[in-house]
Design a protein. Structure first.
Length: 489
């Protein structure tokens, strides 16, 4: 009997050692896999490399435990990485709900002990707030950062009010597990601008870890039904997740940081830039610098078109002096032989004159559906795809995507701009922008174009218009861009 008891003790001890070692090895394997993925090429999902026997055991144990707990979640969504576009008119195999459903199903697949962290210029819409409140009630820690201008006594936001009320009274939780809403009065990390970032972080969703989503999509119903947006997801990449989480924690403090500009790379194919573009390393205009690194001829390796560099732009707004400088650069690139297409929602009056005079191919994506003089459906993306010569590489395929418009306010605001070097991702963006350019919605009439001039004091999303109204809008005595400004550029 003593011998049997001794054997059981030894087995128990060995089992404990294997379990602890296995857990550590598993976590290390995921980190290594994410780093390996970034260094060898862009993959939005974790790599599926072989794990050691101990790691496999830990994986099985962890998955079993998560599966048991996951039954308490209303969904069991398998999050996949990559880009998603929404299409308000349900065209070209894309749907208005593509992005919203992706985010909501991810929220609905979290369980007690998980953490959700969201930075969104605005949060408005019952589907989002219901999902977040329900997640909080089942024990998920929900943290939301947004712009104060979208939820305050002068601009009531019933959805946010419900969420704030629901999050109260969770003092029994550990501080790190409590839910909260933070409203930044300007940029969260600087004294000016607005809180314009849009990203969604999940530390655990089912069997997936470290989910990062970012793009032009706010947590609003308008983003799905009345805007064209993009959202990029990384699943299983701990380095990307930790980089975003670090910025989120700084934003939560809502304090002015003299060196607000932050950037980091994951391998040699991914770079993330976080504005405000202020402090160490923030010199010149980042978008002008990128455009100046493009050469218009000499493309090789199947990049570009007939040896000419292809540039596709989906940019919500180009305004003010900064917009004019960028417009002049685009005109020069056109003269140098670049194949450029631009779709946009809002141009400053002088910006549009420069682009028209320079022959840049462009199309406005904004429309007044109910004929009240105000545009109520519009492009909201902020992306640039390059195929051709970039930074001396003649067969480059690069995408810049994120939240920043080409305005002066963007440089003073919380924004994220990513650079992704990938043939597949670049092709996806080029194909989508080309589709939109070539397929203006057939139900739109011909009179949706208008010039607009903004004062230098204009704030993105809240511009003061000087002139440029359409005749119809003048007759109605309305600002044609009022809804855009209210819902966010």
């Amino acid at each position: 009997m003593r011998i049997l008891r001794l054997v059981l003790v030894v087995l128990a001890a060995v089992g404990l050692v294997v379990s602890l070692d296995g857990g550590a090895s598993f976590a290390t394997s995921l980190t290594t896999a994410a780093s390996a993925t970034a260094s060898t090429g862009v993959s939005a999902d974790e790599t599926g490399g072989k794990l050691s026997a101990r790691s496999s055991t830990a994986t099985a144990t962890t998955t079993t435990a998560r599966t048991t707990v996951a039954r308490k979640a209303p969904d069991n969504y398998k999050v996949k990485g990559g880009v998603k576009f929404n299409e308000p008119y349900d065209r070209n195999k894309h749907h208005w709900y593509n992005i919203r459903r992706h985010i909501l199903r991810t929220i609905n697949s979290t369980v007690k002990g998980d953490h959700i962290r969201i930075a969104s210029w605005n949060v408005r819409g019952k589907p989002y707030t219901d999902a977040l409140i329900k997640a909080h009630k089942r024990g998920v820690s929900v943290g939301v950062i947004m712009d104060w201008g979208n939820a305050n006594p002068d601009a009531p936001n019933p959805d946010v009010a419900r969420m704030v009320k629901a999050f109260k009274g969770d003092g029994k939780r550990k501080p790190a597990d409590r839910s909260f809403v933070v409203k930044c009065h300007s940029s969260c990390r600087h004294a000016h601008g607005i809180a314009h970032s849009k990203f969604f972080l999940f530390d655990h969703v089912g069997s997936k870890r470290w989910i990062t989503m970012y793009g032009s999509n706010n947590a609003t119903d308008v983003a799905a039904k009345d805007q064209w947006n993009d959202l990029f997801t990384f699943a299983g990449n701990r380095s990307v997740y930790n980089g975003f989480l670090s910025v989120f924690k700084q934003m939560k403090k809502d304090k002015n940081h003299p060196n607000a500009y932050r950037h980091f790379s994951v391998g040699d194919k991914l770079t993330f830039n976080f504005y405000p573009y202020r402090g160490t390393g923030a010199t010149g205009d980042p978008d002008l610098q990128r455009l100046k690194q493009i050469r218009c001829t000499g493309a090789t390796g199947g990049a570009g078109w007939n040896g000419h560099t292809k540039v596709r732009l989906a940019q919500d707004a180009l305004l003010g002096d900064r917009g004019q400088k960028i417009a002049k650069r685009l005109v020069q690139m056109k003269k140098n032989g670049c194949d450029i297409r631009l779709i946009y929602a809002l141009l400053g009056g002088n910006v549009r004159k420069i682009l028209v005079a320079g022959g840049v191919h462009m199309l406005q994506y904004s429309y007044d559906r109910n004929r009240d003089g105000m545009y109520d459906i519009y492009l909201h993306m902020k992306s640039m795809a390059i195929s051709g010569v970039f930074r001396g590489q003649t067969d480059a395929r690069v995408v810049f995507n994120g939240t920043a418009n080409w305005t002066s306010v963007a440089l003073a605001s919380d924004e994220v701009v990513a650079k992704i070097e990938s043939r597949a991702v670049t092709a996806q963006y080029i194909n989508w922008i080309d589709y939109l350019f070539n397929h203006r919605p057939g139900s739109w009439g011909p009179d949706n174009l208008a010039d607009v001039t903004t004062t230098s004091a204009g704030i993105e999303g809240r511009q003061v218009l000087d002139n440029g109204w359409t005749l119809f809008a003048k007759q109605k005595k309305v600002d044609p861009y009022a809804i855009m400004k209210q819902e966010g550029l």
